[in-house]
Design a protein around this ligand. Structure first.
Ligand code: SF4
Length: 211
């Protein structure tokens, strides 16, 4: 089974608790105005990768990993591949927690992804709404909900459901010619990142948060 994949990162420390593997799927038809990940909207055959290969990459990055965050893109648009991925992650390490972002609400995610849902510990649900800024931890807008979906999810995510971040946290990772921003930017953060990079002599030619 193939997954349409945008990218993989490790370690990710700004999208969920602990030290995580981050899996960004490719393809999203929701189209939230102000989305910072516009580069993940359109999927094509060049994004196809075997789920087994993604799992092998995760196994190679298991050392010190406490959980996996699946985001995108819209994971629920690939229900069969997501189901295989989540079950494979469970088989790799049953102590990892799995957090999944989705632009749809909880009941719609469950309806779309009956195979993946039982293996997911927590969901962050709902579309990004640029008109509803928030300081809620790991969320981009105030409508988005952090929902524990399992006993482990309750243990690891329950206390954060209504928590606010003390300060915005963003990671920057540099691969070849690209700078990847990981985390949920607050108001003005994107311009600040761009200015800070410019001060270091790095000029961004294109960014994922503008068409
Ligand atoms: S914020 Fe998420 S759901 Fe909304 S358009 Fe961007 S990738 Fe899709």
């Amino acid at each position: 089974m193939n997954l349409r994949l945008a990218r993989l990162h490790h370690p990710v420390t700004t999208l969920g608790p602990g030290r995580r593997i981050g899996i960004w799927v490719q393809g999203c038809g929701i189209g939230c105005p102000g989305c910072v990940a516009r580069d993940t909207w359109v999927a094509g055959p060049q994004h196809d990768i075997a789920v087994a290969d993604v799992l092998a990459w995760c196994a190679a990055h298991a050392d010190g990993t406490t959980g996996v965050t699946i985001t995108g893109g819209e994971p629920s648009e690939q229900p069969a591949a997501l189901g295989e991925l989540v079950h494979g992650l469970r088989a790799l390490d049953d102590d990892w927690d799995v957090l999944c972002y989705t632009g749809v609400e909880w009941d719609e995610f469950r309806r779309r992804c009956p195979e993946a849902y039982p293996g997911i510990d927590a969901l962050i649900t709902g579309p990004f709404r640029i008109t509803e800024p928030t300081d809620l931890l790991w969320r981009g807008s105030a409508n988005q909900r952090l929902i524990p979906c399992s006993e482990r999810g309750e243990q690891r995510f329950g206390e954060w459901a209504n928590a606010e971040r003390e300060r915005p946290e963003l990671q920057l990772q540099v691969d070849d010619e690209r700078v990847w921003m990981i985390g949920i930017p607050g108001r003005g953060d994107l311009a600040r990142v761009q200015r800070a990079l410019r001060d270091q002599g790095i000029e961004l030619e294109g960014v994922s948060w503008r068409p």
